[in-house]
Design a protein around this ligand. Structure first.
Ligand code: SF4
Length: 323
């Protein structure tokens, strides 16, 4: 039940009850304080964008609940690491973005180079046998971690086949992740509701991206705009591997995207990327934690040059705590 008292909207929630104080036996009421600019006499007035934002926050909270439950009901694949993904599925592999830190391409061109999937290199390919895969309710499946399903070289028809297969498992969560999120627009009316649309955005700094030749993918600013404008309630942002950024701008970008989940983590493969110092990354995580989304820390450590400067200076400090 919703009622309005002065400048406050009061939601009575009979199921979730909490004591206001030890002295009171009354159940508490959930309160949402609305900005004064929305309120006029006995009605709340807000513009359409504010209303959409408020609605998204609530939708996200419920999605979060489902996902966190799925998380606790499935086996994590990471060794000792908090990992929301319970399984990967690779109906399409390969990618043309040529990121300099790509572990999948490195694997495909070394250890897996004689396998049928990669004997022609890391070019995009579809794999028929993967369409026999079945998924359990509650699983959280990362689709095509060995490639980028939305890179320009992947045919529309392949993407549609993947989406058709996903549609057969409405109780499973499927995570799609790309560095070309502009292409999501072309499939908006074909995405089943159980997909989470993700983009990797490692930094806000296009200049850094160009200077260090990080990748041939669309620049971070283009990915941010595509994700911000994407009309989809379940969005995901991966800030991994994190590159140096401007704190205010980058935090603002992520806020505007309104993701459900954000991953933040440093490179795991010794690529000596232009990383931010640890204190800056922790400041970003703190800012993001105030948003209505799940912020998951992946590998969080000092930047490679911080370790080096400590070593050169003869300091042997403990790693800063990550609490
Ligand atoms: S977009 Fe992903 S799969 Fe493609 S090259 Fe970059 S890291 Fe590798």
């Amino acid at each position: 039940m919703v009622a309005m008292v002065d400048n406050v909207i009061v939601l009575r929630i009979p199921v979730v009850k909490k004591r206001v104080s030890k002295a009171s036996s009354k159940s508490s009421i959930g309160r949402i304080y609305l900005s004064k600019r929305w309120v006029e006499r006995d009605v709340a007035i807000m513009d359409w964008r504010d209303y959409e934002q408020l609605r998204n926050i609530f939708q996200n909270l419920f999605e979060l609940k489902n996902i966190v439950e799925a998380l606790f009901n499935c086996k994590a694949v990471g060794k000792g690491m908090f990992n929301i993904v319970s399984r990967t599925w690779n109906p399409v592999t390969g990618c043309s973005h040529l990121c300099r830190y790509c572990w999948a391409r490195r694997l495909a061109e070394t250890r897996l180079k004689r396998s049928p999937r990669y004997r022609d290199g890391f070019i995009p390919k579809i794999h028929e046998q993967e369409f026999k895969a079945t998924f359990k309710p509650g699983e959280f499946v990362f689709v095509s971690d060995m490639g980028d399903l939305f890179c320009e070289q992947v045919e529309d028809e392949w993407i549609l086949r993947v989406l058709d297969h996903i549609r057969k498992f409405p109780k499973t969560h499927f995570l799609l992740l790309t560095k070309n999120p502009r292409r999501y627009r072309d499939f908006l009316d074909r995405f089943p509701p159980n997909v989470i649309l993700g983009a990797t955005i490692e930094t806000n700094r296009d200049d850094l991206y160009r200077e260090h030749r990080i990748s041939g993918a669309p620049l971070p600013s283009l990915r941010y705009k595509a994700m911000r404008d994407l009309k989809w309630s379940k969005k995901f942002v991966s800030v991994e591997p994190v590159l140096d950024f401007d704190l205010d701008v980058f935090a603002q970008w992520i806020e505007e995207i309104e993701p459900l989940i954000v991953y933040v983590g440093y490179d795991n493969y010794g690529n000596r990327l232009p990383e931010p110092p640890l204190r800056k990354t922790l400041a970003l995580i703190e800012r993001l934690s105030k948003l209505p989304c799940l912020v998951i820390r992946k590998t969080i450590r000092p930047a490679w040059f911080e370790g080096l400067s400590r070593y050169m200076g003869g300091e042997l400090e403990e790693r800063p705590g990550l609490a």
